[in-house]
Design a protein. Structure first.
Length: 251
C-alpha cells in the first residue's frame, strides 16, 4: 500500500452510511428500466442504466478518496476483496443456475451457446461478447442470451479493474488532487468523442463498449465526487513513487 498523509487541517471522516438520495435515484433508475422493457414506456427509459453508472462513479471515487484520507493510504487489495464479496456470490449462483437449466430446457446447439455466453459473463466480458457477435439489444436478431443482462455488470467490473489503480497512481505521483481532476476531465473528453464516433460507425459497439457506453456518465459522477469533497487535497509522503512501484506495493 502506498502511504499518504492528510492535507494540513483535514479532518478524518466516517465512512458514508445510508444515503436516501442515492437509494431514491437507484429506485427511479430501476423503475425506468423495468417499464421500458415491459411496456416500452417511457421512451428512452433505458437511460436508467446510465443513472446507475453515474451513481457508481460518484460512490466509488468518493469511497477511494475517503479511505485515503481516513487511513492515510489506499488498499487496492482491500478494495478488490470487498468487490468480490459483494458481487461473486450472487453472480456465480445465477450463472450456475442458468447452465443447469439450459441442459434441461434447450437442445444441444442452444446449450453450447448458453455455456459460451456464461463463460464470457463469468469473466465479466459479456459486453465484449455481445458486441463481437453483433447483438442488437433492441431487436432479437439471434436467440437472446440468458445472461445478456450481465453486459452492464461487465462494464462495471472493467471499470473497477482500472479506475482504483489509476487513482492510486495519480495520488502516488501528485501531491494534490488537481492532477486527478485533470485525468477525469481528459478521460471524459476522450470517451465522449469515442462514443460520438462509434455511434455513427458501429452502433452495436457503441452500445456495449466500456469506454463509449459507461465512461462519459461515470466520469461525471467521479467529477462530482471530486468537486463535492470538502477537505483539502491529500499530500503524498513519497512523491517519487511512480506507477509500477505504487501498484506493486499496493498488493
Amino acid at each position: 500500500m502506498v502511504g499518504l498523509t492528510r492535507g494540513r487541517g483535514a479532518q478524518s471522516r466516517q465512512s458514508p452510511g445510508f444515503r436516501a438520495d442515492i437509494e431514491g435515484l437507484r429506485a427511479v433508475a430501476v423503475g425506468l428500466v423495468i417499464l421500458d422493457h415491459l411496456a416500452g414506456w417511457p421512451g428512452g427509459g433505458f437511460v436508467g442504466v446510465d443513472v446507475f453508472f453515474v451513481i457508481s462513479g460518484f460512490l466509488i471515487t468518493g469511497l477511494l478518496l475517503d479511505e485515503t484520507r481516513r487511513r492515510g493510504r489506499l488498499s487496492i487489495r482491500g478494495f478488490y476483496a470487498r468487490r468480490a464479496r459483494r458481487i461473486l456470490p450472487a453472480a456465480l449462483t445465477v450463472l450456475v443456475a442458468v447452465v443447469v437449466a439450459a441442459h434441461f430446457v434447450f437442445r444441444a446447439d442452444r446449450v453450447r451457446q448458453t455455456v459460451s455466453d456464461v463463460t464470457w459473463a463469468l469473466g465479466f466480458s459479456e459486453n465484449i461478447h455481445q458486441a463481437r457477435v453483433g447483438t442488437d439489444y433492441f431487436q432479437a436478431n439471434r436467440p437472446p442470451s440468458l445472461v445478456q443482462h450481465f453486459w452492464s455488470l461487465a462494464v462495471e467490473e472493467q471499470f473497477y479493474l482500472i479506475w482504483p489503480l489509476l487513482v492510486l497512481i495519480v495520488l502516488a505521483v501528485a501531491k494534490r488532487l488537481t492532477l486527478l481532476l485533470g485525468v477525469i476531465t481528459a478521460v471524459t473528453t476522450a470517451s465522449f468523442l469515442l462514443a460520438l464516433r462509434q455511434t455513427g460507425h458501429n452502433p452495436t459497439a457503441a452500445y456495449f463498449s466500456s469506454p463509449a457506453v459507461a465512461q462519459v456518465p461515470r466520469r461525471c459522477g467521479e467529477e462530482l465526487a471530486r468537486v463535492l469533497t470538502r477537505e483539502r487535497p491529500i499530500n503524498v509522503v513519497n512523491p517519487e513513487v511512480y506507477a509500477s512501484g505504487a501498484v506493486r506495493r499496493a498488493c
